[in-house]
Design a protein around this ligand. Sequence first.
Ligand SMILES: Nc1ncnc2c1ncn2[C@@H]1O[C@H](COP(=O)(O)OP(=O)(O)OP(=O)(O)O)[C@@H](O)[C@H]1O
Ligand SMILES: [Mg+2]
Length: 335
Amino acid sequence: MGPGPPGRLMRVSGMRGMGKTVLLNEIGSYARALGWTMLDETASEGFCDRLLAAANPDRRVGRITAGPSILGVSLGTVELDRAALSLREALGALAKRDNPGVLITLDEVQDASLYEMRALSVAIQHIIREDRNIAFVFAGLPSMIENVVNGRTLTFLRRAVPVELGPVDIEEVAQSFARTMAETGMAIAQEVCEELAESTQGYPFMVQLVGYYVWQAARKAGTDTVDKQLAQEGTLQARRRFDATVIEPVLQRLPGTAISYLLAMASDGAKPSESGEVARRLGKTLQQVSTVRARLMREDVIESRSWGRVSFAIPHMADYLNEHRDELEAEIASL
Ligand SMILES: Nc1ncnc2c1ncn2[C@@H]1O[C@H](COP(=O)(O)OP(=O)(O)OP(=O)(O)O)[C@@H](O)[C@H]1O
Ligand SMILES: [Mg+2]
């Protein structure tokens, strides 16, 4: 392969629970099986330091990442160059030895500082130019990964092959439930499989949770038939788990104004809401809610598929908000 062949640079985007980390791990095992050296990191602060340490375990290296208070203020091109150079040396040396190749995977790129992202991409760009075997796969939430890739100084990353993970076809999910249940000796009607599939909205994480909890419910009941009632029981438990692992962490990161906006949307259930109507419900003008709306879009909590409308980007969020409306409102009022 020549320098910078497609696939050497790949970006994976998808909503929470869509399978980005699973895919990175799969790519990693594949690369490992080919004898590649793997460096996998999460893009939280200091990832360049951690990559440097991992690439260069036998040599002591100085920290290359400054604290966040300094970042963006005094760090100039000199520091950036130095950071990129250290990384380039360390990664280049790794790519040079008898290795078939080096794969770097970086997860949760929406959390990356532009400074570190630049340092890493400059380093990788150089190594690719030198025709060494290095590949870089990074993953993150859709609109935030856009922000990172479109950052002024990161043109190189725009060449990454985009892989967008979306919901799985419901019919396929139903078939996979039927197959998996049959494999584990559970009888289940086609109709029940379809209902279960519907409840996942094609979301890989929900598919996994629903399958797991329904099967557990049947086991606990000591039966080998999944009827409608068991299916409902399992689905409910899956939903609770989904609430705790996906929805609540998202809400916890948001300010009260954003939660109020979401609650106003939830009055329409899971259906798309008119932005103007949401603002009216909040007693505000469109202009006044534009900042909070933009933030929710940027953080991939809501999306706008047609002009003037917004909808929830995370399944079951409307249900969650409506079920917890009173406590959420009380919490906002107490802030
Ligand atoms: N293709 C798949 N096959 C089977 N299970 C999957 C698949 N994709 C995802 N899952 C299941 O969904 C769950 C969530 O996947 P994963 O952690 O990769 O999502 P993510 O996109 O990285 O989410 P986040 O943005 O929250 O990190 C995992 O526990 C995984 O088991
Ligand atoms: Mg993940």
